[in-house]
Write a protein that binds this ligand. Structure first.
Ligand SMILES: C[S@@+](CC[C@H](N)C(=O)[O-])C[C@H]1O[C@@H](n2cnc3c(N)ncnc32)[C@H](O)[C@@H]1O
Length: 359
């Protein structure tokens, strides 16, 4: 076995939605999927309108939802979920070839070395990302193979990133000790080599029928009117932190347009990716518009007790469409970050309304 094959074999494969993602419903996905099925039955068609990691889409697939449409504005999320739905027998050889590439300088090294990643990992990433783009532009790999390789690339990059799981900041001290006086300064994984790993097929992760997930990159506000489904599940951002800010580095890798970057946190211009759900001034109107445009008999909405909108505001909005109800789940949150972690409990709401008069 070559050194790179040995390294891949020693590393477990990536599993869906095991990355740190703000607002991920990984832990709550069974509660959410069971609640949906209890109230609306197993849907023949289901839209996961703000799918993020795809945790809820996967849980609904495992319960037998026939047609699943997953929508998110971030290309990085779309590529990752599509990668987990694609198949190709050529992936082991392609990954071996990519993992064996010598590092090279380039856009990633110039942009992020010594901040979000070590210079060594940036050089590996530059070589691999360029080659994935080249293979696709030559037609040497299919769209599905491209999604698998790029999904693995994004998860591998996230694994060695010098962050606390989101990219609105990076940890200082990238070359220093991981812990000093009980404070978490650098994730030890930052120093481990960037390496592509296999994606564990969704089916193996206990998800049946997952090939039927139809992933759409776009704005749910614009798409809702064109997606008639039995059940719509919405998990919009609930606070003022824009996801395009939190995941700008992965988004930049996914898009690979090499834009100029600005400021200490090295962000590109994300004006077109800002969400009205993350703005206090526009969230109420955005929710009303989304409901107005939704073509589903059942609408489920996840929201946090720490969100911009209160539960009463949401119930008032939903009551324009039917008789709403809310389930609650106390959910422990760890104040993650460089420094001391404090544990607190927030309430995760799952609202439901059956739209009167819907077909
Ligand atoms: C709370 S997270 C969803 C988490 C997801 N349910 C999970 O389990 O991983 C909110 C998601 O909404 C996406 N988003 C924000 N505005 C959007 C919009 N207008 N249309 C579609 N997706 C949007 C963000 O990119 C983010 O992934």
């Amino acid at each position: 076995l070559s050194a790179s094959t040995k390294r891949e074999k020693a590393e477990p494969s990536f599993r869906p939605f095991t990355r740190k993602y703000l607002g991920s419903k990984r832990v709550l996905r069974d509660w959410i999927a069971d609640s949906i099925c209890a109230r609306a039955g197993v849907p023949g068609s289901f839209v996961d309108g703000f799918f993020g990691t795809g945790a809820v889409s996967a849980a609904m697939a495992s319960r037998g939802a026939a047609r699943i449409i997953a929508v998110d504005t971030l290309r990085s999320n779309c590529v990752i979920l599509r990668g987990f739905c694609a198949r190709s027998s050529r992936i082991p050889r392609l990954m071996e070839e990519l993992n064996a590439l010598p590092g090279s300088g380039g856009y990633i090294t110039e942009s992020y070395a010594g901040t979000y990643f070590t210079e060594e990992n940036c050089r590996r990433m530059d070589a691999v990302r360029e080659r994935i783009a080249e293979l696709r532009s030559l037609g040497a790999i299919t769209v599905g193979e491209h999604d698998i390789l790029l999904a693995s690339f994004l998860l591998a990059a996230d694994r060695v990133a010098n962050t606390i799981g989101q990219y609105d900041a990076f940890l200082k001290h990238i070359g220093g000790a991981a812990m000093v006086d009980g404070r978490h300064l650098v994730d030890q994984r930052v120093q481990t080599p960037f390496v592509l790993r296999h994606l564990e097929p969704l089916g193996k992760a206990g998800v049946a029928g997952s090939d039927s997930i139809d992933v759409i990159e776009g704005d749910m506000l614009e798409l809702a009117a064109g997606l008639p489904v039995e059940v719509a599940y919405y998990d919009p951002p609930y606070n003022g932190r824009q996801y395009c800010d939190n995941y700008h580095v992965l988004e930049n890798f996914a898009r690979w347009e090499k834009p100029p970057l600005f400021g200490a946190t090295r962000k590109f211009d994300r004006t077109s990716l800002k969400s009205p759900f993350s703005r206090r001034s526009s969230v109420a109107q955005a929710l009303s518009l989304l409901l107005e445009r939704t073509r589903a008999r059942h609408v489920f909405l996840s929201y946090s007790s720490e969100g911009i909108l209160s539960a009463d505001q949401i119930l008032a909005t939903l009551s324009l469409w039917g008789t709403p109800s809310a389930s609650e789940m106390a959910y422990p949150v760890f104040g993650n970050g460089a420094g001391v972690s404090a544990r607190r409990s927030v309430i995760e709401y799952l609202f439901h309304v059956e739209i009167e008069g819907a077909a």
